[in-house]
Write a protein that binds this ligand. Structure first.
Ligand code: ADP
Length: 215
């Protein structure tokens, strides 16, 4: 919002409903000079106008609108393609996969293709420091096991997923679909959501491209 638009919004918030003429008088400008700013504020949903009543404040501020826009975006609209590795590989093979696929986190899958672990860069560094030759270390010894994995679901809001990343101090969440196979809960990995996805979302929102995410 421009300074002028902020001034208008503030006048209407305090004294609305108020006519365009009265707003113009308060700002010592002509009604015509405010036409485009008023149109922008109405289009943006910050003000509303009723004939014979004037402008009134909708109660939304730009931050509220931004939050509303973010809350409407689902995990599946933001997620990237997951990079997986099978559980029988070595720490060395996991390192190579990270370089080739250019990711910082791998999802480990079992013979059935279901999620059984998460492997981060630091997990591999730690394993290499403690044990020497990474070719000799099974990656399962280095990974975080299924019972501790924090996940996201395709239809939940990205705001909830972002909070989970921050609260757990991790870089990446597997996006999963639960598979029902008797007593144990299993998960198929359908995506991954990372801090990079959120940084890109922030850039896109700032550049007015938030609509790309509403599918
Ligand atoms: P890095 O190790 O590259 O800093 P993270 O901060 O994401 O990456 O990982 C820190 C620790 O948290 C690692 O032990 C990793 O296995 C674990 N971790 C990463 N992602 C998850 C997740 N979604 N759920 C549970 N643990 C995770």
């Amino acid at each position: 919002m421009s300074t002028r638009q902020k001034q208008i919004a503030e006048i209407v918030r305090q004294d609305g409903p108020i006519t365009g003429e009265h707003i113009a008088a308060r700002l010592h400008v002509t009604r015509a000079a405010l036409r485009s700013d008023l149109a922008i504020l109405v289009m943006g949903g910050i003000l509303d106008a009723r004939p014979k009543v004037g402008y009134y404040y909708t109660g939304k501020n730009t931050l509220g609108m931004l939050m509303e826009e973010i809350s409407a975006i689902r995990v599946k609209d933001l997620q990237s393609i997951p990079v997986v590795i099978s559980q029988d590989k070595s720490a060395y093979e996991a390192m190579v996969t990270m370089f080739l696929e250019d990711v910082g986190t791998l999802f480990v899958i079992d013979e059935a293709g279901l999620l059984c672990g998460v492997l981060s860069r630091k997990d591999l560094l730690k394993a290499a420091l403690n044990n020497g030759d990474p070719r000799e270390i099974p990656l399962v010894l280095a990974m975080t096991p299924l019972s501790k994995i924090i996940m996201a679901e395709p239809d939940e809001s990205v705001a909830a997923a972002a909070r989970r990343l921050i609260d757990n101090e991790i870089d990446c969440l597997p996006v999963v679909k639960a598979v029902d196979n008797g007593k144990q809960r299993s998960f198929e990995v359908v995506g991954r959501i990372t801090k990079t996805n959120f940084t890109r979302l922030l850039v896109d929102l700032a550049e007015g491209k938030g609509g790309n995410y509403h599918k």
